[in-house]
Design a binder for this molecule. Structure first.
Ligand code: GLC
Length: 478
């Protein structure tokens, strides 16, 4: 039995700010427990303490001391869903309302990475593989290989690093390496821990890990090119032999139209009536006109540059000229929020904007809508299009990253597909395909039903991808 430890900064069911939390929830559950003992380590944030405090089992008291960091921490464990969660408690850094967004974030990340190494040493739990996620845990491999390598057990650990979004890299001044972490300055001088004239955590994770993965095959190729590489394309190209794309899945129990708390449950068999019921109830709750024939389009997204919100905002009037209703759920950059607020005021009964992150409402919107609009500028994997397909809501996406890998577009000749897609990042191209989709919806109901069926039948679970990770684990263990 091999031991795998997942190290991340957020995970459901405890805390979530983005798709990372969904993956850290679903992937460990999908790994074969006959072959692997899986644990997940997380910081003990205030909210987790409040919600799970009494259920946590105290394991160890540890000392975390390196560079200028001189802290104490407690390690707790909690088992749920067949997974052993380890929590690192340090009130100074983690007993806060939010996960990120503090002036001392880099110090919190540094502390966390060192605390994980110290936890392994001081509890005597040595995983065969530590699988780190995103830049928050990108220092772990460097610490093991450059600072703690005299410890034979630490030295043996293999390192897998997954990039969930290359745009967030964690770029800081070089002094954190020596001051906070106590690394020898030579590692900066010789380039090992240096990127340009700074310390780039993502780059450190990429060069120091044994295997690097990202969350779709297309994104793995894209990030080796300057257009998508966010300045790290040549570092990724340099690691191309060890760079793999493994597409995400979603947890089929969390997202299940048969059991979910939506207006009415439905399955592949009952989806026609089921979705019609959900649509009507959703229109009522959202204050939209009760109109079964209007194509109900949803945008469920962080309202950011990455998500292609410019295209949506530019197209609002064109979209609403049609027999279409639009629901936007999400918050983000103020210029988009403003545009959607204006849209709602201008088109009462036809368009609504819920400026919030609301998981329960999101599920109801997935269930009640006909189409999900997701024209991302870039998308490492994307989870919303997977959820949409599971609920029989056809995604209209831009062909990038995981969107390209998961949404097979409608082919009117072969009658294949489970959504719609366009390639160039332009409102014109998006609307061209939007209009095709709208015509299929209005004039070819049997084609639309076929697409919905294909979408619902598509396997969005983590099953196959978990197998791919297991193969990588075997490879890295040699
Ligand atoms: C990030 C990416 C998203 C991906 C998710 C989980 O949020 O933007 O595309 O699905 O991470 O890997």
């Amino acid at each position: 039995m091999k031991r795998v430890l997942f190290a991340a900064f957020e995970s459901l069911p405890f805390v979530k700010t983005g798709g990372l939390a969904d993956v850290i929830y679903a992937l460990p559950r999908a790994i074969d427990k006959e072959k692997y003992e899986v644990k997940v380590v997380l910081p003990l944030f205030k909210k987790i303490k409040k919600n799970y405090g009494e259920k946590l089992k105290h394991l160890n008291h540890i000392v975390v001391k390196t560079g200028s960091i001189d802290e104490k921490a407690e390690v707790y464990s909690f088992k749920t869903g067949g997974i052993d969660y380890l929590f690192i408690e340090n009130d100074k850094f983690f007993n806060r309302d939010d996960v990120y967004g503090y002036d001392d974030d880099v110090l919190r990340f540094c502390f966390y990475n060192v605390a994980i190494v110290e936890m392994l040493i001081q509890t005597g739990y040595y995983p065969d593989i530590v699988h780190c996620h995103d830049y928050h845990t990108a220092l772990f491999a460097a610490l093991c290989k450059l600072k703690y390598s005299e410890n034979e057990n630490i030295k043996k650990i293999k390192h897998v690093f997954t990039i969930h979004n290359l745009i967030y890299q964690g770029r800081y001044g070089k002094q954190i390496l020596t001051d906070y972490l106590g690394f020898d300055h030579k590692y900066y001088e010789d380039g090992t821990l240096r990127y340009n004239d700074e310390c780039n955590l993502m780059k450190i994770g990429i060069v120091m890990s044994d295997i690097v993965t990202t969350v779709s095959k297309t994104y793995a190729k894209e990030i080796q090119m300057p257009e998508y590489g966010e300045g790290l394309d040549f570092v990724l190209k340099y690691r191309q032999e060890d760079l793999y794309g493994v597409v995400n899945g979603i947890d089929e129990k969390l997202f299940d139209p048969k059991k979910d708390q939506i207006y009415k449950n439905y399955s592949l068999k009952t989806h026609v009536k089921g979705k019609a019921f959900n649509k009507e109830a959703l229109q009522e709750e959202m204050g939209l006109e009760k109109d079964p024939d209007a194509m109900l389009v949803a945008v469920i997204s962080r309202l950011t540059y990455q998500k292609g919100m410019d295209l949506v905002v530019q197209s609002i009037e064109d979209i609403l000229k049609k027999h279409v209703q639009l629901i936007v759920l999400g918050s983000g950059e103020s210029k988009y929020e403003y545009a959607f607020k204006t849209m709602e005021q201008k088109h009462p009964g036809q368009a609504v904007f819920h400026c919030e992150y609301n998981e329960n409402l999101a599920h109801k919107i997935y269930a009640g809508s006909d189409m999900l609009l997701m024209p991302s500028r870039f998308e490492p994997c994307g989870l919303s299009q997977l959820i949409a397909m599971r609920y029989g809501t056809l995604p209209l996406v831009r062909e990038t990253g995981g969107l390209k890998d998961t949404v097979e577009p409608y082919n009117k000749y072969t009658k294949e597909g489970r959504g719609f897609s366009f390639a160039p990042f332009s409102a014109w191209d998006m609307m061209y395909v939007f209009n095709i989709a709208n015509r299929v919806y209005e004039n070819k109901p049997s084609d639309w039903r076929m697409l919905v069926k294909n979408a619902m039948a598509y396997n969005v679970s983590f099953g196959t991808s978990a197998k791919e990770y297991e193969e990588l684990y075997e490879k890295v263990l040699g």
